[in-house]
Design a binder for this molecule. Structure first.
Ligand code: ATP
Length: 300
């Protein structure tokens, strides 16, 4: 199969936002199957919004999201931790077993084999023996490990992770990074929001730098340059100070797949950016571009 011919994700002049106020705009990109992409950018850059759009939680205000390679039920999405209530009295086993919902349905019981897979997933994240603990009793790092075990059971070809390393200890971060790299080696397509740029440089072959609009997308070393990071900061600050301004820049990029190779092995830019600045798929209208005014900023 020619993976480049059919990308796992195609974003076509995509604009996403809330109450018709764009949070991400004019994003055109092709992400091939098997890519491991870090989504980076300043606070409020639209990183979580992009993942919500890809996960189907937000409908595009403009443009399109195409997932031509994705089978039904083939997407696993892990939102930020704060967006989930883990206070209800349910066991770690039951929470992780939810990763099998696509096999068992809402009311199905687990077979012996499926129970074994739940235990194996917990063991794979270093949580063997925690099966009967209430989910609310776990530490932040343990909870994140359990969430990874649940995700693992979904066995999805496309995985979206929103800040999976936020506020957890460094040993857990290292273990979770290893799990992600293992999924990458298996050929899954993975987009992860990451704040720590050193982590991105070390482990992620491809990066998408967002500041409400795309700033750069391609091999990590070419994306995380001082100039591009400064531009992302400037755009973010300009948005804060002048809510009525809109920076229009289209970016269409195709990245070569990095399936199978360990990211450490191709820090030299195994993936190649192409076609920067291609013509937009569709002209933008200003109605699509007005940034969302923040509290205290002028509305327009
Ligand atoms: N539910 C919502 N309703 C209205 N506006 C929202 C909502 N969620 C996010 N926004 C706004 O959309 C913009 C992008 O937010 P988003 O959470 O996608 O950014 P982010 O890059 O993930 O930020 P951070 O790094 O701080 O998590 C921000 O201005 C934010 O205030």
């Amino acid at each position: 199969m020619n993976r480049l011919a059919l990308p796992m994700i195609r974003l076509d002049n995509l604009t996403l936002g809330y109450d018709r106020h764009p949070a991400v705009h004019h994003l055109s990109a092709e992400i091939p199957a098997g890519a491991l992409v870090a989504v980076v950018g300043p606070n409020g850059a639209g990183k979580s919004t992009l993942l919500k759009g890809l996960a189907g939680e937000l409908r595009p205000i403009g443009g399109r999201i195409l997932l031509p390679e994705l089978p039904a039920g083939g997407l696993a999405y892990m939102p930020q931790r704060g967006e989930i209530d883990h206070s209800f009295p349910v066991s770690v086993f039951d929470v992780v077993a939810m990763g099998l919902w696509h096999e068992i349905g809402a009311f199905g019981g687990l077979s012996r084999e499926q129970r074994g897979r739940v235990r194996a997933a917990l063991a794979a994240v270093g949580m063997a023996g925690f099966e009967s603990r209430p989910i609310g009793s776990l530490s932040g790092g343990q909870l994140q490990r359990a969430r990874f075990a649940r995700l693992m059971l979904q066995d999805a070809p496309l995985i979206l992770l929103d800040e999976p390393f936020a506020a957890i200890d460094s040993r857990t971060v290292d273990d979770l990074v290893e799990l992600i790299l293992g999924w990458h080696d298996e050929g899954r397509t993975i987009l992860t929001v990451v704040h720590d740029l050193e982590q991105v440089r070390r482990h992620f072959p491809t990066a998408l730098l967002l500041s409400r609009e795309p700033v750069a997308f391609g091999p990590t070393a070419e994306v995380l340059t001082p100039e591009r990071l400064a531009r992302a900061r400037r755009l973010s600050e300009a948005f804060d100070e002048h809510a009525h301004e809109c920076h229009i820049e289209e970016l269409t990029v195709a990245v070569a797949p990095d399936v199978g190779a360990h990211p450490h092995a191709h820090d030299d830019g195994h993936a190649h950016a192409e076609g920067h600045g291609h013509a937009p798929a569709r002209p933008a209208t200003h109605a699509h571009l007005a940034p969302r005014p923040r509290r205290g900023l002028p509305r327009h």
